[in-house]
Design a protein around this ligand. Structure first.
Ligand SMILES: Cc1cc2nc3c(=O)[nH]c(=O)nc-3n(C[C@H](O)[C@H](O)[C@H](O)COP(=O)(O)OP(=O)(O)OC[C@H]3O[C@@H](n4cnc5c(N)ncnc54)[C@H](O)[C@@H]3O)c2cc1C
Length: 305
């Protein structure tokens, strides 16, 4: 009943008491009181504005590729961002895309148009919005090298703002938007790529990245890298050196292929997953003196500290 008003918003698909697991890459997470899929930017804005005005907790997810959602789920509204319009200019290299555009197909479309610069994103799961917030990156590239500006909605005063890249204060998997949930909604991003490159050459670079990933990273349900790499070292190397590669708790396992990945073997829970994260962090600290910092974010009630 509480969420009935959302049913009047066009292009919004609403489900109450909906398991969040199916909207996350780790396939983990209990129910949201309500979950709304926004099929365009207008629906995204209206859903967030409604929640803000009704003083209901809300969170927006793109691909759910960087979030661990608790087994208890989320008390409030989860908005899944499916806004997917984009425009590529193959003459200038300018790309304008909605924040819900999935990064992998966007990267492929850019390459096909001869636009160089987004090849690194070819196998990074999730949406443009998530990548802008987290400064996603791989293979030596990242959002900070592509983004020109982002259009944001500030839910505090309902103003639409254009943030030039400098305002993001990008760092390694960091932006000024991180930790600002329930305040800023990323609506659109503008990227500048290099035009007039050979699509076949670009595709072959991207295929090389995909092949490398297949060799070095596990398939299956995971959140990618759990921890940030500490300066001058690799989280995966430290975890492996601590003897934890392949270590399993319940239905989740430190990947035997890449120790900075934790895989849900199919019957895992978010509490197993987070328990294993804490165990790994503590063990690495005891064995190496390095306290690893989480790359992923936690969402929902009931995580033990
Ligand atoms: C197998 C695997 C491999 C991975 N490899 C890499 C890699 O190589 N490099 C890398 O950087 N990451 C990697 N990741 C992590 C993940 O792909 C990135 O962090 C990605 O950018 C997350 O995007 P998303 O849309 O899924 O964000 P989500 O997980 O849905 O959200 C992440 C955060 O961003 C916020 N957010 C999302 N959309 C918006 C929006 N429109 N407005 C405001 N806030 C928003 C969410 O509220 C949340 O706080 C990997 C993950 C997996 C599962």
């Amino acid at each position: 009943m509480m969420f009935a008003a959302l049913k009047t918003i066009p292009d919004l698909t609403l489900a109450e008491n909906e398991p969040i697991a199916r909207y996350t890459a780790a396939r983990l997470g209990g129910p949201a009181d309500a979950l709304a899929i926004a099929h365009n930017t207008e629906a995204l804005i209206q859903a967030a504005q409604w929640a803000q005005q009704a003083q209901i907790a809300w969170v927006v997810l793109g691909g759910g590729a960087n979030v661990l959602v608790s087994d208890a789920g989320f008390r409030g509204l989860v908005i899944i961002n499916h806004s997917k319009n984009f425009h590529l200019d193959s003459e200038t290299g300018r790309v304008e895309a909605d924040s819900g555009v999935t990064l992998t197909p966007l990267a492929r479309r850019c390459m096909a148009q001869g636009l160089k610069g987004l090849e690194w994103a070819v196998s990074v799961p999730g949406t443009l919005g998530g990548a802008i917030v987290n400064n996603a990156g791989a293979h030596g590239g990242d959002m900070a090298h592509n983004l020109v500006q982002a259009t944001l909605l500030d839910l505090n005063d309902l103003t639409t703002q254009i943030w030039p890249i400098d305002k993001m204060t990008y760092g390694y998997r960091y932006s000024a938007l991180k930790g600002q949930r329930q305040r800023y909604l990323v609506l659109q991003g503008v990227l500048q790529l290099k035009p007039h490159h050979d699509p076949v050459e670009l595709a072959s670079i991207a295929d090389g990245f995909v092949a490398h990933r297949k060799k070095t990273q596990p398939p299956g349900a995971s959140l990618g890298s759990i921890f940030k790499n500490p300066p001058g070292d690799y989280a995966g190397r430290l975890i492996e050196a601590s003897g934890l590669k392949g270590y399993q708790v319940g239905g989740v396992q430190v990947s035997p292929i890449h120790a900075n990945f934790i895989v849900n073997l199919g019957n895992g829970t978010a509490s197993d997953y987070y328990g294993l994260i804490q165990y790994v962090r503590q063990s690495v600290y005891e064995k190496t003196g390095v306290l690893l910092e989480l790359e992923i974010e936690r969402i929902g009630e009931g995580f033990a500290e």
